[in-house]
Design a protein around this ligand. Sequence first.
Ligand SMILES: C[S@@+](CC[C@H](N)C(=O)[O-])C[C@H]1O[C@@H](n2cnc3c(N)ncnc32)[C@H](O)[C@@H]1O
Length: 217
Amino acid sequence: MRMRKKKHGAERIEACSELRIADASLMKDGFEGIFENNAPVHIEIGCGKGNFACGMAKKHPDVNFIAVERVSDVCCIALEKAKASADERERDNLRFLIGDAKILGENIKPHSLDCVYLNFSDPWPKKGHAKRRLTHRTFLELYKNLLKEDGLLRLKTDNVGLFDFSLEEFEAVGATVIWQTRDLHNSEKNDDNVMTEYEKNFSEKGFSICSAWVKFN
Ligand SMILES: C[S@@+](CC[C@H](N)C(=O)[O-])C[C@H]1O[C@@H](n2cnc3c(N)ncnc32)[C@H](O)[C@@H]1O
């Protein structure tokens, strides 16, 4: 997501410090020090402006959510949205991490996550950029190592090319697609669906949303 440099970005992020994991290495020993409980932890990679993370944290008070975004100005918007809606959350169960997904492997305890969400990840359509796709097998190996044995990867995208590529990559790493659709909003899972900014935008333009739920064991 490209965005004009925000004025006072650092100060605005600092003003939301209670919602931010400022140092990724704080997760190395697990999440109890961050959330002060042992509830399941779900992580969204590439959270954009934070609609999904805020919506999920409100809807599922018994789950802790971490939203990861590598562009600090984009995460600033998500942080401010989460701060403005703090009263809507039954529990203090949402945190943001500004950083690249690549750093998660060295900062999160293996097999400690219950769910990883990839929502409308950048498709990187050029063949030579395939390794940058968040469903490339190198990233899948990372998620496999971070997820608990029965953990779940949940993917949503409007991009059929990325969806097809992802299904091939799941097969290549021996992962099992336990559920999939090419029309999420007309599927049995739609009632529980929390929309992202991109999802709202694309579905309003008439695009169908593809989704897959994947297990690694
Ligand atoms: C197309 S946007 C989708 C945003 C949001 N998930 C949505 O559905 O509205 C993809 C987002 O993922 C972020 N992103 C891409 N690669 C990433 C990575 N390796 N680590 C963390 N964030 C990443 C981008 O900065 C961007 O904000």
